[in-house]
Ligand binder design. Sequence first.
Ligand code: HEC
Length: 109
Amino acid sequence: MKKIILCALLVSVSLVAADSQVARGAVVFEKKCSLCHGEKGQKTALKDSVPIAGMEAGKLARILRAYQAGNIDIDGELSKRDSIIMEHQTLELSWDDVDAVAKYVHSLK
Ligand code: HEC
C-alpha cells in the first residue's frame, strides 16, 4: 500500500513539473518565437520550412541547440539550413529554456 501511495505521489509530482515546464515554455515562445512562427507555431517562417507546431520535443530541442552552436550538423538535420536568424533567436536561451519551449511547441496543434 505504501508503495502505491509513493508511486502515485511521484507520478503527480512529475506531472506538475512537466506542466510548469510547458508553462515556462509558453512564456519563452510568446516572447521569442511567436513573431515569426505564429501564435500557435502554425506559420512557416520561410517559404520552404515547415510549421513547428506539434514537432517532436526531443528533435526540436536538438535543432535549437544546433542553431545555438552555430549550425553544427547534428544527426544530419541541419545540413541545408541557413541558421543566422535562428542563431540570434536561440543564443540567449538556457538549457532549461530550450527543453521548456520544445515541450510547449510539441503541445501546440
Ligand atoms: C526573427 C524570426 C524568427 C524568430 C523570432 C524565431 N525563428 Fe525559428 N526560424 C526562423 C526562420 C527564418 C527559420 C528557417 C531557418 C532555416 O532555414 O534554417 C526558422 C526555423 C526554425 C526551426 C526549424 C524548422 C524546420 O523547418 O524544421 C525551429 C524548430 C524553430 N525555428 C524554432 C524556433 C523557436 C523555438 C523560436 C523561439 C525560441 C524561434 N524559432 C524564433 C525565424 C525565426
